[in-house]
Design a protein around this ligand. Sequence first.
Ligand code: HEM
Ligand SMILES: CC(C)=CCC/C(C)=C/CC/C(C)=C/COP(=O)(O)OP(=O)(O)O
Length: 303
Amino acid sequence: MAQSLTHGEMTLPADWRDLFALTKPRVMSLVVFTALCGLLAAPVSVSPVLGFASILAIALGAGASGALNQWYEAGLDAKMKRTANRPLPAGRLDPQTALQFGVGLAAFSLFLMLFASNWQATLLLAASILFYVFVYTMWLKPRTPQNIVIGGAAGAFPPLIGWVAATGSVAPLPVLLFLLIFLWTPPHFWALALFVRSDYAAAGIPMMPVVAGERATRRQVLLYAIIMAGAAIAPWPLGYTGALYGWTAAILSALFVLLSLRVGTRQSAEGDLMLPEKRLFAFSIAYLFILFGAVVADRWVLA
Ligand code: HEM
Ligand SMILES: CC(C)=CCC/C(C)=C/CC/C(C)=C/COP(=O)(O)OP(=O)(O)O
């Protein structure tokens, strides 16, 4: 990108790598994968070009929301080790560019979605972007330890958007998939928050381990994991998926609960390596990738 900004003594170019980093590409890869699986699980055939364009729209919309989140949180990100090297707090990109990039990308993603699919999916995509930026980032995150429980709903929308892009309407399976990600988010995030608690405390963000303490957070991780396991398996007995998905969900959810049990029943691990917490966080990501892959594999096996 041709634009440059003054940072201390130096003038640094705002290059495409920083704009790309603004979209949180690693986190969004799973968001986009769940959207793709939602689209492919729908019992209709979608033209590959329009299907691809719809998924691209979701990827761009998710990326835009990540950029707007980082634009708003540049000051907070500067206070945390994990985020201090992001393009804005590190001074490689100026806030105005980031804001224009985020708003432009969001608008483009919605036009693309409208062109590629239908107004229902476009509306859902718009709601997810607005929810993540305004409800989660600006309103809940600095105010309440329930921020990620309520705000996390934004991250649960993508499979529903994928399904609606393909079919034009909502159905029980994508609602259950929404519920699965919604219930998955607390153990996913709090496992991580347990070992980066000091970062959040330094930035003054009221994440659960900072406000309610470590023991309460551990108990909640386990509680959500157990309810999530029920929601993950539910599509099988309810008849929305077959045994391939059912067994995958049952086995992986049992593992998820076992790992959470280790985290949930542990006493304070201050100064420890936090290995069970790190394991649960890493497993949470693999879990969602595999489970959503299984939803699609199951539909193709049944077809
Ligand atoms: C409000 C809800 C959520 C919060 C607060 C949260 C927070 C985090 C944090 C702080 C990280 C650490 C590393 C990083 O910043 O890259 C992370 C990693 C990750 N999250 Fe989440 N997350 C949430 C929801 C989700 C959702 C809905 C998905 C996808 C469906 C997801 C997928 C991932 C993935 C794939 C990584 C690993 C990224 C990497 O390898 O660096 N997260 N999450
Ligand atoms: C389609 C669409 C718009 C999807 C949105 C997807 C979405 C909301 C994903 C949430 C995942 C995410 C980046 C959490 C980071 O939280 P954080 O911002 O608190 O993390 P940070 O501390 O790393 O900035």
